[in-house]
Design a protein around this ligand. Structure first.
Ligand code: NAD
Ligand code: TDX
Length: 373
C-alpha cells in the first residue's frame, strides 16, 4: 500500500473534488496526511463548499490555493512548498453543453492544464537530473509517487441498446468536452509510457450528490421542481446515463490511490442505468413527497426541448476490474443516493443562491434565454 502524505487535489471546489476532500478528512482514519486544494474558482467552483473543512482542518491538514492548473510557475511552487507526493487531478471544465457553446476553455483547461500538471510532476519527481533522453520506464523518476487522473466514460463514445464500456473499449469521443478529456487521458498514458511517470487513470459515469452545480440534469431538475419552473428534457428523453453516487465514486478513487497499479486504468460506474425521462419521474416523486407538492401538477411542467447537438444515446460501464482487483463496491443504492441528494438541496438554499448568482446567471440568460437559471 502506498504511503500518501501530501496530496495535491486539483478542482477540489467542484462536486467530486470537494466530496473527495470531505471523505478523506472526515471519514478515512487511515489517511493522516495533508491535502492541498488547487482550484481556480471558476463559475463551477465554490469555496463555500469547503467552509466546514477549512474551519476544522485549515492550516494543519487542509490548504486552499486559488489558481489555475495552467499556471506552470504556480504549480511548480506548490509542488515544492508542500513536497507533493500524490496528485488527484479532478480540475476540468466539465459541462457538455458549455463545451458546445464555447470549446476553447475546455481545450485550455482539460488539455493544457493536464499537460502542465504532468510535466511539472515529471520534473519535480525526478530522482536526479539525467543527461539526454530518458528511455521507456526511465528509472530516474521516483516510483513511490502517483499521478491519478479523473476522467469520464464519455471518452468511449455512445452505446447501442446493449453492451458496456470496458477499460479496453477504443476511444471515440464525440463532443468537444469528451474530446478534450480523451486528449488528456492520452497525455497521462504517454507520460507513463515515455517517461515512466507513475500514473493511474479512472473513467467514471455520471456523478450525482450534494454540492453539484445546478446546470447538471439532477440538481437543475430538483431546483426547477421546487421553483415551479419548466423541466427541460432534451430530445425524446430516452437517452440513458449510468448514475454513480459521488461518495461511492470517491471510495473507488481512494482505493486506486492506495493500491492502483501504475500505468493501469479503471472504469467506475454506478450500475444504475436510467432513461432521462424515467429519472426525472423518480425525481418528481421524491421531491414532491418531501416538499409537499402535487406530483401530477409538477409532471405537467415537463418540457421536451431541442436536443443537444451530437447527444450521446447511451453510456454504461463495466466496472468489474475495480471490483475484483481493488475490492470496490458501491455502498449507496440509487433511491438512497437520490433521497440524500434531494434532502441536501432542500437544506442548503444559501449555497444555491450563492452559486447561481453573477457569472452563471448571465451565461444562462445569454445561451438558454427563457429557460432560466
Ligand atoms: P465541476 O465542474 O463540479 O468542478 C470543476 C472544478 O474545477 C471547479 O471547482 C473549478 O473551479 C475547477 N477548475 C476549472 N478550471 C480550472 C483550472 N484551470 N484550474 C484549476 N481549477 C479549475 O466538475 P466535477 O463534476 O467535480 O468533475 C471533476 C472531474 O471529474 C472532471 O475532470 C470531470 O471531467 C470528471 N468527471 C465528472 C463526472 C460528473 O458526472 N460530474 C463524470 C465523469 C467524470
Ligand atoms: O436540462 C437538461 N435536460 C436534459 O435532458 C440537462 C442539463 C441534461 N439533460 C440530459 C442530457 C444527458 O443525456 O440529461 C443527461 C445528463 O446531462 P448532464 O447532467 O449535462 O450530464 P452529461 O452530459 O451526461 O455529462 C455528465 O456526465 C459525464 C458530466 O457533466 C460530465 O462531466 C461527465 O463526464
Amino acid at each position: 500500500m502506498r504511503s500518501l502524505k501530501n496530496i495535491l487535489v486539483t478542482g477540489g471546489a467542484g462536486i467530486i473534488g470537494c466530496n473527495f476532500i470531505r471523505v478523506l478528512l472526515n471519514k478515512t482514519p487511515e489517511f493522516s496526511g495533508r491535502i492541498i486544494n488547487l482550484d481556480a474558482l471558476t463559475y463551477a467552483g465554490n469555496a463555500a463548499s469547503l467552509e466546514d473543512i477549512e474551519k476544522q482542518f485549515g492550516g494543519r491538514r487542509y490548504f486552499f490555493e486559488q489558481g489555475s492548473i495552467c499556471d506552470r510557475s504556480l504549480v511548480e511552487s506548490l509542488f515544492s512548498k508542500y513536497d507533493i507526493d500524490t496528485v488527484a487531478h479532478f480540475a476540468a471544465e466539465s459541462h457538455v453543453d458549455r463545451s458546445i457553446f464555447g470549446p476553447e476553455t475546455f481545450v485550455k483547461t482539460n488539455v493544457m492544464g493536464t499537460f502542465t500538471l504532468l510535466d511539472v510532476a515529471r520534473n519535480f519527481w525526478q530522482e536526479a537530473r539525467s543527461v539526454g533522453l530518458p528511455g521507456a520506464g526511465a528509472p530516474d523518476i521516483r516510483q513511490d509517487v502517483l499521478f491519478h487522473h479523473i476522467s469520464t466514460d464519455e471518452v468511449y463514445g455512445s452505446l447501442g441498446e446493449t453492451g458496456a464500456f470496458s477499460e479496453t473499449t477504443p476511444y471515440n469521443p464525440r463532443s468537444p468536452y469528451s474530446a478534450s478529456k480523451a486528449a488528456s487521458d492520452h497525455l497521462v498514458m504517454a507520460y507513463s509510457h515515455t517517461y515512466g511517470l507513475p500514473v493511474t487513470l479512472s473513467n467514471c459515469s455520471n456523478n450525482y450528490g450534494p454540492y453539484q452545480f445546478p446546470e447538471k440534469f439532477i440538481p437543475l431538475s430538483i431546483l426547477h421542481i421546487l421553483e415551479g419552473k419548466a423541466l427541460p428534457v432534451y430530445g425524446d428523453g430516452k437517452n440513458i446515463r449510468d448514475w454513480l453516487y459521488v461518495e461511492d465514486h470517491n471510495r473507488a478513487v481512494w482505493l486506486i490511490l492506495q493500491r492502483g497499479v501504475p500505468g493501469e486504468k479503471y472504469n467506475i460506474g454506478g450500475e444504475n442505468e436510467r432513461e432521462n425521462i424515467n429519472l426525472l419521474h423518480s425525481l418528481i416523486d421524491t421531491v414532491s413527497k418531501k416538499a409537499d407538492l402535487d406530483p401530477e401538477k409538477v409532471r405537467s411542467t415537463i418540457s421536451y426541448v431541442k436536443d443537444r447537438p451530437g447527444h450521446d444515446r447511451r453510456y454504461a460501464i463495466n466496472c468489474s476490474k475495480v471490483k475484483t482487483e481493488l475490492g470496490w463496491k458501491p455502498a449507496f443504492g440509487f433511491e438512497q443516493g437520490l433521497e440524500k441528494t434531494v434532502d441536501w438541496y432542500l437544506a442548503n438554499s444559501e449555497w444555491i443562491e450563492g452559486i447561481r448568482s453573477g457569472e452563471y446567471r448571465s451565461w444562462v440568460e445569454k445561451n438558454y434565454g427563457a429557460r432560466g437559471a
